[in-house]
Design a protein around this ligand. Structure first.
Ligand code: OGA
Ligand code: MN
Length: 300
C-alpha cells in the first residue's frame, strides 16, 4: 500500500489514505508516516476502526509510550490499557455521561486550552494519536495551530529577544487556572516543573518553533507578571486563525499530531452528549535538550 496525503490548509494538516492502521506497519510505511508528520504536523486518517489494543500497538511502532498525567493517579481509568488516555465524558461502563462536576470533566475542559501534550515533563510527548469512538451532534471539534508558521511570522526583533529565553511548564498550571486546585502535596510534586527553550528546532523539518503552551507558567529570569504576559502575547500570536486547522470528528477517525511543532485544543460541546475519544502518545526521546540520563530513563 502507498500512503497518499492531501493538504488540508496552507500551513498544517494532511488527510492521509492508503493504509490500514489496525495491521502491523512495514518499516517503509512507518517512514512514510513520519515523513508526512514532519511536513504536515497533523495527519487525519478516516475510517480506521481500531480496537484499544490495535491503537496501542500502532503507537508502539513509533516509539516508547508516554503516560503523561496518569502518573498523578487522580482517578482510575476505565480503558483496557493503562497507557491509553480516556478523553471522554462517559461513565465506567460507557452507558451514559458523568455529572458535569466529575473530576474527568475538568480534564476535558483543560484540554480546551491551547497546549502541547506533556510539555510539563522531560521527555515531553512526540506523537499523540487520538481515536474517535462517539461524537456529539455539534461542537467538540479539535483545533490545531502550526508553531513553525507562528515562529516565522514573528517580527525579527522579537525573534532576537526570544532566542535565549526558557519557559517553565508545570503539569497543574492549566488545572489551577480553571479553579481545580484539589490535589495532595504528593500529587503536586509528582511531576516537578521543567524548562524548555521558547524557541526550539523541530528535528523533522529543521524549522524553528515557537514553543508555547497553556502548561507554561513563567519565563526564566523574568518577574512572574512580565513572563506571564509575554507568554499570553506569544500564545495569542501563535494561535491566529491563519495558522490553524480545525478538525470535525467522525467516528473511527484517527488523528496523529506532532506535539513538537503544533498546539491543539478541544472546542466546547454540550456535556450532556456523549463525546468519546481515546489517545495513545509517544515520548519525544530524541529532543536535543534531553540529557543522556533522561533519554535512558524514558526507555526503562
Ligand atoms: C488530547 C486533547 C482535545 C480534544 O487528546 O490530548 O487535548 O478535543 N484533546 O479532545
Ligand atoms: Mn492534549
Amino acid at each position: 500500500m502507498t500512503l497518499t496525503i492531501k493538504p488540508l490548509t496552507t500551513h498544517l494538516g494532511g488527510e492521509a489514505s492508503g493504509v490500514d492502521l489496525s495491521q502491523p506497519l512495514s518499516q517503509g510505511m512507518i517512514n512514510a508516516i513520519n515523513a508526512g508528520m514532519d511536513q504536515y504536523g497533523v495527519l487525519v486518517f478516516r475510517n480506521q476502526p481500531l480496537s484499544q489494543t490495535e491503537q496501542l500497538n500502532l503507537a508502539k511502532s513509533f516509539g516508547p509510550l508516554d503516560m503523561g498525567l496518569k502518573k498523578l493517579k487522580v482517578r482510575k481509568d476505565r480503558l483496557e490499557h493503562p497507557e491509553l488516555a480516556d478523553l471522554s465524558n462517559v461513565n465506567d461502563d460507557a452507558s451514559g455521561v458523568v455529572e458535569p462536576t466529575h473530576k474527568k470533566i475538568v480534564g476535558n475542559i483543560a484540554n480546551q486550552l491551547w497546549h502541547s501534550d506533556s510539555s510539563f515533563q522531560r521527555p515531553a510527548a512526540r506523537y499523540s494519536m487520538l481515536a474517535a469512538v462517539r461524537i456529539p451532534s455539534d461542537g467538540g471539534d479539535t483545533e490545531y495551530t502550526d508553531l513553525r508558521a507562528a515562529y516565522d511570522a514573528l517580527p525579527e526583533q522579537m525573534k532576537a529577544e526570544l532566542a535565549e529565553l526558557k519557559a517553565e511548564h508545570y503539569v497543574l498550571h492549566s488545572r489551577f487556572l480553571l479553579g481545580d486546585t484539589d490535589y495532595t502535596e504528593a500529587q503536586k510534586a509528582t511531576i516537578p516543573p521543567v524548562l524548555w527553550p521558547i524557541v526550539r528546532v523541530h528535528p523533522g523539518s529543521g524549522r524553528k518553533v515557537l514553543f508555547v503552551s497553556s502548561h507554561a507558567r513563567a519565563v526564566e529570569g523574568m518577574s512572574l507578571a512580565e513572563g506571564r504576559m509575554l507568554l499570553f502575547d506569544l500564545l495569542e500570536h501563535a494561535t491566529q486563525p491563519e495558522f490553524r486547522y480545525r478538525h470535525k470528528w467522525q467516528p473511527n477517525d484517527l488523528v496523529i499530531w506532532d506535539n513538537r511543532c503544533t498546539l491543539h485544543r478541544g472546542r466546547r460541546f454540550n456535556l450532556n452528549q456523549v463525546r468519546e475519544l481515546r489517545r495513545a502518545t509517544t515520548l519525544d526521546i530524541d529532543a536535543p535538550e534531553l540529557t543522556a540520563e533522561e533519554r535512558e530513563a524514558a526507555h526503562a
